[in-house]
Ligand binder design. Structure first.
Ligand code: C5P
Length: 204
């Protein structure tokens, strides 16, 4: 069984995908981490993705996947706009497809799982929430880590990232036509998870 979970930053897709993985006992891949690892090599090796996209796509980043906490910072998140480069996307394509093809299935979350990586997934969710609510969630997380960044700043960053992810030519962020849309704006984490399970069950 393959379950595809897509959606914008701080929509709740990661939390939902992890909960579904526990519920169904399936392996889970947060595909954003792959793009973040590539972005981290760009920062570490001071590459210019516009000039050296082939070098970026060819870098090995498995060691960086272990630096999970750094990968999740905003600095790396912004640099993850390298994901717009076709060479970077094609370098990560097979790896994600292989993960989805495991014997018992898998759950992947990202931006293009239901549209590109696993268009034949058994169940697809598109998780969304209003930009302001996503900004508040991200802001609270950042404050917990001691950051003093303003809510306005987080909101404009979220809007900019949505814009970049939705308008790129290759694999833009868009709900697959057969995805069930789950708006988590006014849901607690627990009810979002319960709704997600119900929406998956309805597709099986
Ligand atoms: O989900 P997360 O915020 O970790 O993703 C970081 C960035 O990686 C996104 O803003 C997006 O540009 C890119 N990404 C992507 N396709 C995916 C997952 C992430 O382009 N399947």
């Amino acid at each position: 069984m393959i379950i595809a979970v897509d959606g914008p930053a701080a929509s709740g897709k990661g939390t939902i995908a992890r909960a579904l993985a526990r519920h169904y006992g399936l392996p889970h891949l947060d595909t954003g981490l792959l793009y973040r690892a590539v972005a981290a090599t760009v920062l570490r090796d001071e590459l210019d993705p516009a000039q050296e996209a082939d070098a970026v796509a060819a870098t090995s980043f498995d060691d960086l996947l272990l630096a999970d906490e750094w990968l999740r910072t905003d600095e790396v998140g912004k640099a993850a706009s390298v994901s717009a480069h076709p060479l970077v996307r094609s370098a990560l394509l097979q790896r994600q497809k292989r993960f989805a093809m495991q014997p018992n299935g898998a759950i992947l979350d990202g931006r293009d799982i239901g549209t590109v990586i696993a268009p034949d997934a058994d169940a697809k969710l598109f998780v969304k929430a209003t930009p302001m609510i996503r900004a508040r969630r991200r802001h609270a997380e950042l404050q917990k880590c001691g950051s003093t960044v303003s809510l306005d700043r987080v909101l404009s960053d979220i809007r900019a990232r949505d814009d970049r992810d939705s308008t790129r030519e290759q694999a833009p962020l868009v709900a697959a036509p057969d995805a069930a849309v789950l708006d988590t704006s006014f849901l607690s984490v627990e009810s979002a998870i319960q709704k997600a399970i119900a929406l998956v069950e309805a597709q099986l």
